[in-house]
Design a protein around this ligand. Structure first.
Ligand SMILES: *Cc1c(COP(=O)(O)O)cnc(C)c1O
Length: 403
């Protein structure tokens, strides 16, 4: 069976150059970077070297990078770290309704412990209204945390403009850029970003390594108190192999980005156009142009998203749903709900997130097999037959929440 991977926003395979670079640090080069003897010397050197590589991708300085265990930890460190250090100045945090759970849940947790959180709306394209953001700012606002690009729809927020607004009000600005780093150019200085989250496994490095950029002078209370690692901002012996991998992945991303943006955009557009031409009642969830190159989220109305995913999986195609299947009930995606996508359409959404491993053949295969699947599923939908006047084959609609 073919194996086609269209779920790169969930995780990416490790790049072979990344794998080769990290391997020695899982084997012979086992030393602790804090040791002063021979065993620690090379590990220390390569950690410093990797830090430099991360800074080049973001345009920052080495002492502005904190290595963490993942994107979720970086988001927690940024948000809780600022909240804790600024709690004497105010208790108001601004975020959006469409953030990744690592930001949303952290903000909801803080809301339970005395902080006041504003969750900004988005429009039908999943885009933020800057006037709404400006109006939300108060004397007590101590943090703005807005994602760089959305993991479900790919929509890119106006980060530079938000950075400008935050700077005018002297409010620290954090962005969860896990879905932006490596995909599009990012310049933290130009964008006036004070804190930025990235994660290795969304960028062709392994799981278990992440980083947080913290602008010089921005104070935050650590999550993990311990040794002097990461300049006292994150205790714990360094994940040397992971750090080397992340450095290498950032180096490759900087090197190949221009060419990759062209390649992946062309594939994504071919997929999007191909499916929209061959299938009726398809709706694009997200902004038509302001999107990261690799993501397309489509609703195949009157077909059930989870069933489509199962059918795609049977053909070896890995994609993802906008809906999360929790305890037997099909919860619509919080992102699509915030965008005002009708419930029916949100249940028929499928996200394709492409990567550098995909080919034209992969795209054409999906374009070939998906229309039949959608048609078959729609033929079981009484609603679809009412709307289109087509006969229904089967008169019950299945519940397809599988675990
Ligand atoms: C995957 C993801 C995260 C979480 O990163 P982990 O390294 O898996 O913890 C955070 N934010 C966004 C937007 C993501 O896509």
């Amino acid at each position: 069976m073919k194996k086609i991977y269209f779920d790169n926003n969930a995780t990416t395979p490790i790049h072979s150059e990344v794998f080769d670079a990290m391997l020695p640090y899982l084997k012979d080069e086992f030393g602790n970077p804090s040791s002063i003897h021979w065993a620690g010397r090379n590990p220390r050197r390569v950690v410093d070297d990797a830090r430099e590589k991360v800074t080049k991708l973001l345009n920052c300085d080495a002492n502005e990078i904190i290595f963490t265990s993942c994107g979720s930890e970086s988001n927690n460190l940024a948000i809780k770290g600022i909240a804790e250090s600024k709690k004497d100045k105010g208790n108001h945090i601004i975020t959006t309704k469409v953030e990744h759970p690592a930001v949303l849940s952290t903000c909801k947790y803080l809301a339970k412990t005395g902080f006041d959180v504003t969750f900004l709306d988005v429009d039908n394209h999943g885009m933020l209204d800057l006037d709404q953001l400006k109006k939300a700012i108060t004397q007590k606002t101590i943090l703005i945390t807005v994602m760089f690009s959305n993991n479900e729809t790919g929509v890119i927020f106006p980060i530079e403009e938000i950075g400008k607004i935050a700077k005018e009000h002297s409010i620290p600005f954090h962005t969860d850029a896990v879905q932006g780093v490596g995909k599009v150019p990012i310049d933290v200085k130009k964008m006036n970003v004070d804190l930025l989250t990235l994660s290795g496994h969304k960028l062709y490095a392994p799981k278990g390594i992440g980083a947080l950029y913290v602008k010089r002078g921005v104070r935050l209370v650590p999550l993990i108190h311990g040794g002097h690692q990461e300049r006292n901002r994150r205790g714990g012996t360094e994940n040397v192999a992971g750090i080397v991998a992340l450095g290498k992945a950032c180096e490759i991303a900087a090197r190949d980005m221009e060419q990759e943006i062209k390649y992946i955009t062309a594939l994504r557009d071919r997929l999007e156009k191909g499916l929209m031409q061959r299938i009726t009642h398809v709706r694009l969830n997200g902004h038509p142009t302001k999107r990261i190159p690799n993501t397309v989220n489509l609703s195949f109305e009157f077909a059930e998203g989870e069933s489509l995913l199962l059918n795609l999986d049977m053909k070896g195609i890995a994609a993802s749903s906008g809906s999360a299947c929790t305890s037997g009930t099909l919860e619509p995606s919080h992102v699509l709900v915030a965008m005002g996508v009708p419930l029916e359409a949100s249940h028929s959404s499928v996200r394709f997130s492409l990567g550098r491993g995909n080919t034209i053949e992969d795209i054409d295969y999906v374009i070939e097999v998906l229309p039949t699947m959608v048609e078959r599923m729609r033929s079981m939908s009484p609603l679809y037959s009412t709307i289109t006047g087509k006969a229904t084959n089967i008169t019950f609609s299945e519940s397809n929440c599988s675990h």
